[in-house]
Design a protein around this ligand. Structure first.
Ligand SMILES: *Cc1c(COP(=O)(O)O)cnc(C)c1O
Length: 402
């Protein structure tokens, strides 16, 4: 039935990613709508009591309750699975709901996790504060060095958890090396792919077991909704993750799923253009600031690795000023076009001071270890004309004596 080709893997898996991003997962209703429908319903009605019983017994296909299934949400899950090259995907209300679920669904008291130390502030909180409260041991390592993962392994190590490029230091992790170490030892590797998205980097192709996302970032890409996703093997999603999420309830709303479906239609275009703009602006900034951390620039110590794993370097980079928090804040305050905002992946250019915002909850000692100092700024380059961004930066840099 042509209305449902978007859900037929024998057809969709042959499509190229740009086609999957527009059509993957689409299932049209009896009305044949071209754009995916928003099914704002919390429940479903049955033709007879026997049908209800059969559905609850798992003997009949169909939906029972929107904490468990929803047609709009299911379209998004199928689309993300296709883009990531994963057997299955489960979406979540936020990126952090996805990170929490992907860890807690598979870990128990007495297990051990090795995590990259450079990470999104809340991901560090999960590793440093939440997991230990439940008797789960954690070790953080410099994820740029795969050997540190191997050296940290204990008999009870169950999970490697890291992001690449990492927020906000732009550390790049060698996916093939680290996931290979996990595979050899029967450890599950979980990669936070929020910065790159599957449009630029598909960790499963490098041997990762599970990918987790904030879809709030590039996937929505226009700063509208929060969303998260976990993609991986069908048995992990359906047997390990699903019972956790169905019973704890971090479910994505159908409306937000629909917004992300619309975002995905333009993901490839946006991320390539934003990557290009980010390189243009980064090249300008490199001559004006003491230090820049941009995976797309040859000055980044892991530039070659980044370019081997990623199709483009993405919209985000970080840089340092020498004058600490005072100069960093003054630079932000002098900007006229670029917003002071801690979001990323937006089509608008946004800049933030990680030490006083996204990573304020990380202890000063851990911040130092991660390489976040008081003079660091993180920049998400949007879709504006890069020349306007350069002119705004230029006047702000002058205003603070740079
Ligand atoms: C934003 C972000 C998250 C959290 O996602 P939310 O949608 O804000 O909950 C997790 N990891 C990384 C790398 C992020 O950038």
């Amino acid at each position: 039935m042509k209305r449902r080709t978007g859900q037929d893997r024998s057809i969709t898996q042959n499509w190229r990613p740009a086609t999957q991003a527009v059509r993957g997962g689409t299932a049209r209703s009896e009305w044949g709508e071209t754009s995916e429908a928003i099914f704002l319903t919390s429940g479903y009605a049955y033709d007879c009591a026997g049908d209800a019983a059969a559905r609850f017994a798992g003997e009949q296909d169909g939906m029972t309750y929107s904490r468990l299934q929803n047609p709009t949400v299911q379209m998004l899950e199928e689309r993300i699975a296709l883009l990531e090259g994963a057997e299955a995907c489960r979406t979540m209300a936020t990126g952090m709901a996805a990170m929490t679920a992907v860890l807690l669904c598979q870990l128990s008291q007495g297990d051990h996790v090795v995590a990259g130390r450079a990470a999104f502030g809340s991901c560090r909180w999960l590793v440093d504060s939440l997991l230990p409260r439940f008797g789960i041991e954690t070790t953080t390592v410099d994820a740029r060095d795969p050997q540190q993962f191997a050296d940290a392994v204990k008999p009870n190590t169950r999970v490697f958890f890291f992001e690449t490029p990492a927020n906000p230091t732009m550390d790049v992790v060698d996916l093939a090396a680290v996931c290979g170490i996990a595979r050899e030892r029967g450890i599950t590797s979980v990669v936070d792919n929020a910065f790159a998205t599957p449009a630029l980097q598909r960790p499963l192709e490098f041997g990762a077991d599970v990918v987790a996302y904030s879809a709030t970032k590039m996937m929505d890409g226009q700063g509208r909704v929060l969303a998260g996703a976990v993609a991986g093997p069908r048995d992990f999603i359906e047997e390990t993750l699903l019972s956790f999420t169905r019973n704890t309830g971090p479910t994505l709303s159908a409306f937000n799923a629909w917004v992300v479906l619309k975002g995905l239609e333009t993901l490839d275009l946006r991320i390539r253009k934003q990557s290009e703009n980010s390189l243009t602006v980064g090249t300008f900034l490199e001559s004006r600031v003491p230090r820049i951390l941009h995976p797309g620039l040859p000055s980044h110590p892991q530039h070659e690795l980044a370019m081997r794993q990623m199709e483009a370097s993405g919209p985000i980079f970080a840089f340092h000023v020498d004058g600490g928090r005072a100069q960093a804040h003054a630079l932000l305050d002098a900007l006229k076009l670029i917003d002071i905002s801690n979001n990323i992946g937006d089509s608008r250019s946004l800049m933030t001071h990680p030490a006083s915002t996204t990573h304020a909850s990380v202890s000063p000692e851990n911040r130092r270890e991660m390489g976040i100092d008081e003079g660091m700024l993180r920049f998400n380059v949007g879709l504006e004309d890069p020349q306007d961004l350069i002119e705004d930066l230029d006047q702000a840099l002058r205003a603070v004596g740079l």
